[in-house]
Design a protein around this ligand. Sequence first.
Ligand code: HEM
Length: 444
Amino acid sequence: MSALPTRIESQAGRLLSAEEIFEISREREKSLSHLLILYITTGLAFMLLPGTFLGVWNLLAISSHRTANSVSAGWIQAHGHAQIFGWIGTFILGIGFYSIPKLRRMSPFTLWAGWTCWALWTSGITLRWLTGVYRWQWRVLLPLSAAFELAAFLIFFRSVSGHRPQDSGKQAIEKWVLVVITACIGWLTTLLVNSGAALFIAVGGVSPDFPPGFDQRFLVLETWGFLVPFVWGFSAKWLPVFLGLRPLRERGLLVAIGANSMGVVSAMAGRMEGAAILLLMGIVVAACALRLPETPQQSAKIKGVHPCFPTFIRLAYFWAVMAAVLGIWASIAQSSQGIWGASRHALTVGFFATMVLSIGQRVLPAFSGMRLLFSTKLMFLSLLLLAGGCLLRVGAEILAYQRFAAWAWAWLPVSAVTEMTAVTIFAVNLLLTFASRPPSQRVQ
Ligand code: HEM
């Protein structure tokens, strides 16, 4: 429950009693939980159909034609946008609206911002997907979708940053908050570049697809420049407690953010080799700053989740390191489409999706009205299948696309279906959790 204000006046100017203040706080908590459930359910919908289903469809086509170029760039980009912005972006907005004002003990913000942001964001992502797949009226709808997404982000940013903490004079800003602010700058830059590119293409382009060279750089911005710092920020906030880790090395985390930001800027300037080395430095320093490789100082807090939770968090960081290592290989190899694909997949599925499946099933039941996760066994199954599917996909993509082993083409559909099953189980587990009654409302 958020910190109770000590003195509140009603709209009529009368001082409220302690009971009335408690009631207002309880109602606000309930509204925030409803808003969170709306965002998470929307994110799951984007992840399942426009994201994962289209991704599996693309991969089946690639595997049957035995060439990565057999699928239209529009369909691949529509899949990527639905996953990065539609799934993970929507989750971040929901968790941000719910938790940031509480964590920073800010004064309450008006809830209309949360609903307006949801309407704009959801319309933007939906229009973008339809434009990529159906191409109907794309010269108008592509820039419009980008403008909706940008407007939604600005509303979000203003809401969570516009209110000063109630005790702002006394406290230095925490390091994890600095990392989240860097992530917000990355997000804003991504949406500005997206809007500029959408407008440019709408005026002078021949199709709504981003050209391959630009798309490659844009992907670095949206993944390493936007999502990676978000994961680090929330890792710094939650993992020391959840995993019983030794205290965060704050300066180390800031060094990691510096290296990562320089890597992103280098990639945007087209210097992929230097960028890949900086990104590797950043992720290794971040994992060490979080003290993930060291023995924990306390036992992990695994009540309500599967005991394997800490193992999968470490596995996610291992995948992020692998993504950066593969990025270095891809940047120096000739015709390295399969290695780039494997690197991107190690990051998107191995790091982001594993973190979302682990942390999401840890925090979202409590945020959605102090519920308990529907099933810890389903949590384990979803993470196990995701890990297996990711390993198969990363391995097969290098072996097949780079023409090292023809038999690896047959692994790709297996990896796709395994990952699809994993994320579907995750979605079902969360939806059943939201549909269940919180323990406090259960009849004894
Ligand atoms: C069932 C799981 C998934 C399947 C089958 C799948 C499939 C694909 C395929 C076939 C491509 C085309 C490039 C390539 O061959 O590597 C691709 C690209 C991509 N995927 Fe996935 N994917 C999955 C999950 C995800 C997830 C969870 C994310 C993000 C969180 C993601 C983000 C992306 C991005 C950003 C691209 C690049 C899009 C572009 O080129 O603009 N994918 N995926």
